[in-house]
Design a protein around this ligand. Structure first.
Ligand code: NAD
Length: 380
């Protein structure tokens, strides 16, 4: 596993010039959001840090970045002979930067890489990640989400772990409430899914154990009346959630979220949160069958610990608390004006889930169960 250098403190982005000096790069590709580069306060810091080299900025990507978009970024980096990539922004910017570094390593094999038909065989360009949202933890994961049409793929390789990350909570001070809410829920969903995942380890559970209570405590105020303490805690928790998910990967709520995002443009964390709450009560049903790599006792111990972290004494109360938290954070429970249970797109959402890939969920699930879970989400 590649080692990563990480910096975490308010103001640590000012370490960038020192870090850059180590790479001796003449030409740098900066992958950043179109507006967030300015609003986060990063623009003057990065421009000054890169004053001695050629800076090529790439912002032509969407919230759910596509293969074609990263291909355009890779062409720009190639034409400008970039030898370093800085990813400054939310999960989308960081994922595009990682994808570009993979594409540059294996030109001509882009679709095959994304579809998992070939593995990375050449060294990738170094990436320095600077998150400006507190959610994805992409700065410390070795995968990148890429869309081909409406189909979501995950490019995964140890070499995609950014070489270094600068996690400076002051860059998240400018996040509007809606983005704070959806990205914060992404971090919460990642920690919870990682905690109950069949692939969980002691290490991943420890990361999640630290992240979940921090998010439960700080998310409502981070959204509604943020203090520096809330922003600091949320970025740290999102980073821990990234580390947890990097070990375990995700489970059913993430699998259900991708088509919701591509159909309705629902922000990623919001889309995952819509279904996650309903799993707490479903996980207590008598007739569930556990995943092959999970014993009943193992699951029950984890479930009880999760309930306690959710401030609940049973699954129904945890589900209720979950949807109350979403409402407090201003996240709608509706899909394009219709409640989830009444959505005409339910079957399409369920059909988009590859059931074989759900082996990491702690219980076995089929399409009928997924439908029952989605129809148990409250209407408002
Ligand atoms: P995002 O990157 O799309 O950013 C959300 C919005 O916030 C954008 O409009 C952006 O411009 C704005 N923004 C960012 N920083 C800001 C700031 N400081 N101030 C004001 N506005 C700011 O959203 P995200 O939730 O960070 O990332 C979502 C993407 O990450 C999805 O594509 C998802 O699939 C992916 N993801 C990747 C991983 C991974 O490990 N690779 C994990 C989870 C999610």
């Amino acid at each position: 596993m590649t080692e990563q250098r990480s910096y975490f403190s308010r103001g640590c982005v000012r370490e960038l010039p020192g870090l850059l000096a180590e790479y001796d790069a003449d030409s740098v590709l900066l992958v950043c959001g179109r507006k967030s580069f300015e609003t986060s306060g990063l623009e003057p810091i990065i421009t000054a840090a890169l004053s001695g080299c050629r800076l090529c900025r790439f912002s032509d990507f969407s919230a759910n970045p596509t293969l074609q978009e990263s291909l355009a970024g890779a062409r720009l980096a190639q034409a400008q002979q970039c030898s370093l990539i800085i990813a400054a922004g939310g999960g989308s910017a960081m994922d595009v930067a990682k994808t570009i570094s993979a594409f540059l390593a294996m030109p001509g094999n882009e679709s095959e890489l994304v579809e998992g038909q070939v593995a990375l065989q050449q060294p990738t360009l170094p990436v320095i990640a600077i998150p400006t949202t507190a959610g994805t933890g992409s700065e410390c994961t070795s995968f990148a989400v890429v869309y081909i049409g409406q189909q979501k793929y995950s490019l995964a390789d140890d070499a995609l772990l950014p070489d270094a990350c600068l996690c400076d909570p002051s860059l998240t001070d400018s996040l509007p409430p809606a983005v704070t809410a959806s990205t914060g829920f992404d971090a919460l969903c990642q920690s919870i899914e990682s905690f109950w995942a069949a692939a969980a380890t002691q290490q991943s559970m420890d990361y999640a154990r630290e992240a979940i209570p921090l998010i439960m405590h700080h998310l409502p105020t981070a959204v509604n009346e943020p203090t520096d303490e809330d922003r600091d805690a949320m970025l740290w928790a999102a980073h821990l959630a990234g580390k947890a998910i990097n070990i375990t990967k995700t489970t059913a709520p993430h699998a259900l979220s991708y088509r919701i995002s591509s159909l309705f443009g629902t922000p990623h964390g919001h889309a995952v949160a819509l279904s996650l709450g309903a799993f707490f009560s479903w996980h207590e049903r008598e007739d569930i069958e556990f995943s092959d790599s999970m014993t009943t006792d193992q699951f029950k111990v984890r479930h009880l610990e999760l309930l306690s972290m959710m401030g609940a004494s049973d699954g129904q109360q945890a589900s209720d608390n979950w949807y109350d938290l979403m409402r407090t954070c201003g996240l709608s429970l509706q899909l394009e004006g219709s409640s989830v249970p009444r959505s005409p797109y339910l079957d399409e959402i369920i059909a988009s889930v590859n059931l074989q890939r759900l082996a990491n969920h702690p219980i076995k699930l089929d399409s009928a169960e997924l439908k029952n879970i989605l129809t148990s989400i409250p209407a408002v």
